[in-house]
Ligand binder design. Structure first.
Ligand SMILES: [Zn+2]
Length: 80
């Protein structure tokens, strides 16, 4: 069972591809590789699952950074 509805996955996939094109144009290879990885994981059931706590990464965060692997709480905690 996916963590986000299919409509959202398709929409996010489009956003990722748009951003990828821009990044590749700018030569931002490293960030582009992260987005390519996110695109490959997009339709997997664990896409959007925080790798620290197993919680769902909120829409706002995964939309802002589809390559995110942590929820906001874990990111904040790990940075301390
Ligand atoms: Zn977490």
């Amino acid at each position: 069972m996916e963590l986000y509805p299919l409509d959202y996955q398709i929409w996010l996939g489009r956003i990722i591809r748009e951003r990828l094109a821009v990044l590749l144009q700018r030569g931002a290879v490293e960030h582009a590789a992260q987005l390519q990885d996110a695109l490959a994981r997009l339709h997997r059931s664990d896409f959007g699952e925080c790798i620290s706590c197993g919680g769902v990464i909120p829409y706002l965060r995964i939309t802002a950074d589809p390559a995110a692997r942590h929820c906001g709480a874990c990111l904040t905690r790990d940075r301390r």
